[in-house]
Design a protein around this ligand. Sequence first.
Ligand SMILES: [Zn+2]
Length: 431
Amino acid sequence: MYVTTLHCYHCNANYPLTHRGSCPACATTGEETALNETLGVQYDLTAIKRQLDREELARRPPGLWRYRELLPIVDPAFRIDLGAGGTRLVPLTRIPEAVAGNRLLMKVEGSNPSGSFKDRPIGVAASVALEQGARGLACLTSGNIGSAMAAIAAKADVSSLVLLLGAAGLADSGAAVNVEKYVQISAYGAEVVTPIGNLGQLYALADRVEAELGWSFMHNVQAYQTDGDKTTAFEICEQLGWRAPAAVFVPTGTGTNLFGLWQGFVLFKELGFIDTLPRMFAVQPVGAASLVAAWEAHQAIPAVLERTEPNLAPPISHRVSGYHAYKAMQESGGGAVAVSDAEMLTALKDLAAYEGIYAETASAAALAGIRRALALGLLSSEETHEGGIVGILTSSGLKNSLALSQVFSPPPKIEGTWETLRSFIESRKET
Ligand SMILES: [Zn+2]
């Protein structure tokens, strides 16, 4: 057992591994604050160094549990394995920026079992919850967390409840829930409801679910979710030949995935597995870019936005982002950029049409963010040409195809003759 405590990155307090929720010294229950997700999982590095080296890791099969000493589940029986992790790191070759000589690589997280990167954080957090005795699993989500959790619950043979919102962190917004996501969650056998109430009320409801039913609410094991996100960073380093890239661009709402990735790079460096650390960049949608606003105002504790503007990236549309993400950006010398719907759509189409990768619109924000950073001169030529820039494509395009049916017109009906088809193809060539 290498896991030791939960540590608050804001006030440096330590808590036992069974502690639930946020740091009580920093965050007030029920309030939306940038200090909600400051807890991280600590490990006995000296003991790990004795047990684990790069050669041992390289011998193991790919996936989340390849890094078992660096994850908080103690009993192997609770390492629920749906095949999460082990995703491809794809060098872009055809998009114009790649042709111009930039070294751009995409981590294709949409190929995880439930179609998004959430199979990592939820794979770890749900496993911890069950190991600590939870009798069921519950979460509040715009969809991807719900799919990942419902799949785990199915495999572990426990009940699950998904409180499904139209956009992550936007209770009471009235936004319609994503059809592909509620269908997928329902197929796994979870109960799905769309609760009405503000976020504070819904978190209080979550605590009640825990108290009354003995189920674990994923938000209350957030530190373990962040810990699962580390594995993306581990894989990137291994895939680059035990090196970190120059910079990593993460589509993000509250910033938890970005913070988890940063913890992963830092841990690998502390273990001596890599020599350098990457710059961490947050990418958020215009109109829901609290980290970008905080970054520009040098405000380590990002202010809660009064409202967010509707956009094509509900999974990363939050009113509140985290101190933890700001800290990762600051420590790494990174930054934050905001991208428009049009920029995300162009990135989505380019990834698909040039590279054969179909990502969810919120994921394509990674490439849109890299483009924005290139345009703003935030990346040096050495970084873009030698060190390499990694974008995290967080989820599969199949997660929100319906929302894009307004962007791509339905196929025209034509007569099934060669003459008609030939003239159709020729007319397309002309456009
Ligand atoms: Zn604290």
